[in-house]
Ligand binder design. Structure first.
Ligand code: Z5A
Ligand code: MG
Length: 218
């Protein structure tokens, strides 16, 4: 009996209001229509005890030292890592709304001299590495014009500008070849079409015949 082909790990990243949740939904629906098993996840996962601490921090109800909240965001991914690996192994494609890329850039964007991008990425080393990371790129001005912006901590245009620059920095690193930028200023349907094209390329390519990798920054 031939083994079950593994699922793919697809991450959708970007600034606030870039359309990540909208596009993750559309991508999952399309993958299901294509006959694939799909698990939709998101980070932060606010439902776990660690996620609840993150939620109250983001809402401004509690304070946390910068490194502490950074490590809680990372721990929130580590607590889900066995589940991600098991889904992929059993042939389910996992689509994740934000992952360790957000983890690194939002913390580094705080400009704490002891919390650089290099420092921030370290606790993420070893997590399941995405086969494809779609970075929904939008200017902070266009993102701010979309409904609902401004409610939580980090939702200021200064912070969003720094976050965008740091995402660009990650895109250029040779370690992150799985990252692809997509213009998130296009219409929802155009963005979805581009993402379907990237999805088809992934499923038609050789990559998924190889084991899922672990993230390594060196
Ligand atoms: N954070 C962190 O610091 N460290 C970490 O490790 C992680 C996260 C994982 C909460 O994230 C915060 O946590 C976030 C980063 C930080 N901080 N900030 N700021 P979240 O994922 O829970 O929430 P969010 O990403 O800030 O926002 P969002 O509301 O989820 O945005 P979105 O998912 O990208 O957008 P959307 O909900 O799909 O769309 C927003 C609106 O735009 C909506 O009205 C849509 O109908 C509309 N839209 C979407 N696409 C389009 C197009 N193409 N055209 C026009 N209008 C559109
Ligand atoms: Mg969202």
């Amino acid at each position: 009996m031939s083994p079950v082909p593994r699922g793919a790990l697809i991450v959708v990243e970007g600034l606030d209001r870039a359309g990540k949740s909208t596009q993750c939904e559309k991508l999952c629906r399309w993958l299901e229509q294509e006959g694939r098993r799909v698990k939709h996840m998101r980070f932060p996962n606010r439902s776990t005890p660690i996620g609840k601490s993150i939620d109250s921090y983001l809402r401004g109800e509690t304070q946390q030292e910068d490194h502490v909240i950074h490590l809680l965001f990372s721990a929130n991914r580590w607590e889900a890592a066995p589940q991600i690996i098991e889904h992929i192994r059993s042939g389910t494609t996992v689509v994740i709304d934000r992952y360790y890329y957000s983890g690194a850039v939002y913390s580094a964007a705080k400009k704490n001299p002891n919390l650089t991008l290099e420092w921030a990425i370290q606790p993420e080393i070893g997590l399941p590495k995405p086969d494809l990371c779609i970075f929904l790129d939008i200017s902070s001005t266009d993102a701010a014009a979309r409904s609902g912006f401004g409610g939580e901590r980090y939702e200021t245009s200064e912070m969003q500008k720094r976050v965008r620059n740091l995402f660009q920095e990650l895109l250029q690193k040779p370690q992150n070849k799985e990252m692809v930028a997509v213009n998130a200023g296009d219409s929802m349907e155009e963005v979805h079409e581009t993402m379907r094209r990237l999805g088809n390329k992934l499923f038609e390519g050789e990559g998924l015949s190889k084991p899922l990798k672990s993230f390594d920054y060196h």
